[in-house]
Design a protein around this ligand. Structure first.
Ligand code: PLP
Length: 383
């Protein structure tokens, strides 16, 4: 079959931005007219709104989600010789932030239903060198925080949440990012709340930690040109602050739209034996940054869907402990079997607020068709 043109894109940022185009352009003009390009009043205004939205006392705008993770760990004193526990099923940045503090990432496998840190495996990974625990709210669902916080508290280890995919997600009525001592967010354009470039934030209730992160993001300055610490340039741009403040007002509606698409996918794909659908765990609201199903022969399914005009993704094809960059850790195949199997089977279907119901139906229909084709081909070859 010849490849068909894209009928359902993986993401549609143009459609996402169309209704706010004029409002955003006016806000960017205000940034230009006031020369508030790096940090400044637009970032401060967004920080206030973001802290209030999350239900946190402080928010610190930074350059990216990677910065948010890195500076949070640095501010907690993580350094050479330390270990930080996280999961292998995440974007590389989670572990990179640990390595950029000079510390070593230690992995705990994920739960096979929620794809987040398996609390039952956490305690065994703790050593006298453990300085932080970083659960990842993968795909937009908050990790099982109660047992994680309980273990962390017993060992006196701070928890830093990687909430880079979980803007507005809740666990027992509270929002992602507010469970640990710090919550880290990315506003990369494709995230549920996305900037017009790179941006991120840390939320925390701890005033001292907030001021350390504020200081670190701005070259360790307490006052202009008076440097108490060695920091970095990790400030948020003024334009990003202005844009994010506008886009934040639509986050809840956008998350609701994603949740409606997820329900539709779930009902259309129900009963397919060879597909594992995402599960929303009790007392959590999943915000479906990614709608990942698990299928056998994933690469073949993905190719066939692409040829039928359905754009799909893989988040992520290689678990972090199997990345070439982390060869030095010596963690072979079989170290984290759940994360490894998921990496082989995960297939991300199109998921964004502007997706139309007929597009969701088309994706589901084409996925069913691809799986049926593969099943009949397998049977035809059986002897
Ligand atoms: C996007 C993401 C990051 C990194 O955020 P950037 O803004 O791209 O630096 C970290 N962790 C997870 C889980 C992410 O999805």
């Amino acid at each position: 079959m010849n490849a068909q043109p894209v009928k359902v894109p993986f993401l549609d940022l143009k459609a996402h931005h169309a209704p706010i185009r004029d409002e955003v352009l006016r806000a960017i003009e205000r940034v230009m007219d006031t020369n508030a390009f790096a940090g400044g009043p637009f970032v401060e205004a967004f920080e206030k709104d973001w802290a209030a939205y999350c239900g946190s006392r402080h928010a610190i705008g930074v350059g990216s989600g990677t910065d948010a993770l890195w500076l949070s760990l640095l501010a907690l004193g993580v350094g050479p010789g330390d270990e930080v526990i996280t999961v292998p099923a995440s974007f590389m940045a989670t572990a990179e932030a640990v390595s950029f503090c000079g510390a070593r990432p230690v992995f705990v496998d994920i739960d096979p239903v929620t794809y987040t840190m398996d609390p039952a495996r956490l305690e065994r990974a703790i050593t006298p060198r453990t300085r932080a625990i970083v659960p990842v709210h993968l795909f937009g669902q908050v990790a099982d925080m109660d047992p994680i916080l309980d273990i962390a508290r017993r060992h006196g280890i701070p928890v830093v949440e990687d909430a880079c995919q979980a803007h507005g997600a809740t666990y027992k009525g509270r929002r992602a990012g507010t469970f640990g001592v710090a919550g880290c967010f990315s506003f990369y354009p494709g995230k549920n709340l996305g900037a017009f470039g790179e941006a991120g934030a840390v939320v925390t209730d701890d005033a001292e930690l907030a001021s350390r992160i504020r200081c670190l993001r701005d070259h360790g300055q307490a006052r202009k040109y008076h440097h108490d610490h060695i920091g970095w340039n990790a400030r948020m741009d003024g334009i990003q602050g202005a844009v994010l403040q506008i886009k934040l007002r639509r986050l809840d509606a956008a998350n609701e739209a994603r949740r409606a698409h997820a329900r539709r996918y779930a009902s259309l794909l129900a009963g397919l034996e060879d597909v594992v659908l995402p599960v929303e765990a009790p007392e959590r609201t999943h915000v479906y940054h990614v709608y990942a199903v698990r299928v056998p022969k994933r690469d073949e399914v993905l190719n066939r869907l692409n040829r039928r005009g359905i754009a799909c993704g893989i988040h992520y094809p290689v678990p972090i402990h199997r990345q070439k960059a982390y060869e030095c850790l010596g963690l072979g195949e079989g170290s984290f079997p759940v994360a490894e199997q998921c990496a082989r089977e995960f297939l991300s279907l199109p998921m964004y607020p502007e997706l139309r119901p007929d597009q969701v139906e088309l994706v589901a229909r084409e996925l069913r068709a691809c799986l049926a084709e593969l099943r009949s081909e397998t049977h035809a070859c059986a002897v």
